[in-house]
Design a protein around this ligand. Structure first.
Ligand code: NI
Ligand code: MN
Length: 225
């Protein structure tokens, strides 16, 4: 059994075959984080892009637990320049890691470091864990190639932003569910800041009404898959 734990915003921990994989570990500064960054350890940290609410506590956690940071080339180089172990990838490419395969997809957004430096293209993340496929959309607006992503990969769990303002809002995320056709959708990137206030229960209800499955994870909740 593998586990998916939600820390709020776009931060998730996946535990699979004794590996701990963190995605977008923004803990410090997240008012809903159910844990402190100091309590987290990981073997790998996968980043969708460089914005502070995704890069977050990467340096603290990676240094302490010797985690390898997986990101697009520019951001991986930045992580390496901070003394972290990094694996450089880019959009459209996949690579087999000890825990499973990672493939980066497009995402329509921006990506810059806290210092304002350009950090390459933002990405979505496909994770292939034995027979399960997880899609973390990163920060993105709706795009029609989601249909292609859904055609190429039978997605079991889609993690989609619904907070609007910086990313898809609820209505566009509902369209994304139709295009991606995942078995289960879990909303993310909402309510952390006033400008991304959104109702995850309403989103879940809207998805369920279309005959597809969705579930809200509470902050700190673990889901087994
Ligand atoms: Ni962002
Ligand atoms: Mn964000």
């Amino acid at each position: 059994m593998s586990k998916l734990t939600y820390f709020g915003h776009s931060a998730f921990m996946i535990e699979h075959n004794n590996y701990k994989i963190l995605i977008d570990p923004f803990i410090t500064g997240n008012p809903f984080a159910p844990i402190k960054a100091e309590e987290l350890a990981a073997d790998f940290i996968i980043l969708s892009h460089a914005h502070g609410d995704h890069y977050g506590d990467t340096e603290n956690i990676a240094k302490r637990s010797s985690a390898t940071v997986i990101a697009v080339n520019e951001l991986a180089n930045y992580a390496a320049s901070k003394g972290l172990k990094a694996h450089n990838m880019h959009i459209g490419g996949s690579y087999e890691f000890p825990f499973g395969k990672v493939k980066f997809t497009i995402a329509h957004h921006g990506s810059s470091s806290n210092e304002g430096e350009y950090m390459g293209e933002p990405a979505g993340i496909l994770l292939f864990l034995d027979d399960k496929v997880i899609y973390h959309a990163g920060d993105t607006g709706l795009f029609s190639d989601m249909k292609l992503i859904g055609e190429l990969h039978k997605i079991n769990i889609a993690l989609l932003p619904i907070g609007d303002n910086f990313t898809m809002g609820i209505n566009d995320a509902l369209k994304a569910v139709e295009l991606l056709n995942p078995e289960l959708t879990i909303p993310m990137h909402y309510n952390t800041f006033p400008v991304i206030k959104a109702d995850p229960d309403k989103f879940v209800e809207m998805v369920l009404k279309t005959g597809k499955n969705a579930k809200k994870l509470n902050f700190g909740e673990t889901f087994e898959f």
